[in-house]
Design a protein around this ligand. Sequence first.
Ligand SMILES: [Zn+2]
Length: 429
Amino acid sequence: MSILKYPDLAFESTEVIYKTQEDLLRRHLRHISDNSPYYRDKLQGIDIDNFKLDCLTDLPLTDKSEFSEYNDQFQAVSDRAVADMAFSSGTTGHPTKFVYTMNDLDRLAYNEAQAFRGCGVTDEDLVLLSCTMDRCFIAGLAYYSGPRSLGAAVIRNGHSTVANYLEVIMRTSPTVMVGVPSFLLRLGQYITSQGIDLASHSIKRMVCIGEPLRDRELRFLKSCQELESIWGAKVFSTYAATETITAFCECEHQMGGHFSPDLGILEIVDDNDQNVPDGEIGEVVVTPLQMEGMPMIRYKTGDISFIAGTSCSCGKNTARLGPIIGRRKQMMKIRGTSIYPQGVQAVLNELPQVKEYYLKASNNDSFSEHLTIYVALAEGQSQADYVLQKLQARLRVKPELVVAPIEEIRKVVYNPEFRKPVRFIDERK
Ligand SMILES: [Zn+2]
């Protein structure tokens, strides 16, 4: 099933977008009901040819635990049609497998091209990738093939040292860089410490993955402001899930993530799986349209966010996704208050006294959960009371604060076994 591409659909009227999505949804449901062992029974009795997009919520939701448990049954193509495989951590103790066909890889490239195009990347750009392409990591392939299909050139520098990155940047003068914001900030600080003025250098755009850049009100986090000023570049947040391959990426107006409406349908649901009004917080649910190898319906990503609006100054008329506020399963209940690690991180990121940190959740008995925050402070223990007060004021609960030397904290945060910095350790049973 080749991909039907409507690259400018987001700029059409909501009626045109709705009708196109409805047609694509019917096509998607037909493929699933004909080929997916997992969904075949679940779609029985549904009149696919006359299915209305309004009735989307009549369709079943799927979450990560179902996907892990019935993993192979989600495959809707023969093994011969598989072109690429990826794995992600599952809920069964075994990695969850994803299969992609050639059409899915075409879709992956188109999806990411739409995201990069949305933040102003063109065929004149040279894109430096600081994410890995290997280890069955599908996002790396997306960040490579997206800009490539726009006609841009790509440097796959992967996980490397800051000294190596300095060398590559000086030698090649890239115009766009892709990476995890905390790494990009560390790299910027390192290069600046070598006496180089990055603001007058070539990089003008940074596409940030894996960590949010904004708070609930869409204001830049402190680390993000630092990132823009140190590099003299505009930063754009992008978000996607391996299961849905539907990217949400900011445009030049930096007001939340746009997606390509020919590739997905977005919903936000509450704890009872009901759709919530725009602006209200809930779990991100995506129906990825035009997926062939492992197609899904209404996939619950486990990520918590909200719809920040349904139009934009750039002219797009699709929902904008806010920053990821947390992971559903990472939510902590501390003396009755719901707290997400990302919320705590947002406070810590804003405090200049805090040089490095990580959080640890534990539960001593079945009734209460406990949050310990390990921090390295610029002036040590003397600033602990101030930091604790700030945390308490914002979170409305008082966590435990442990001050430690920066080297000790960094050893935990930059664990080479993980792709991203480890800032949350969950020891709850
Ligand atoms: Zn926009």
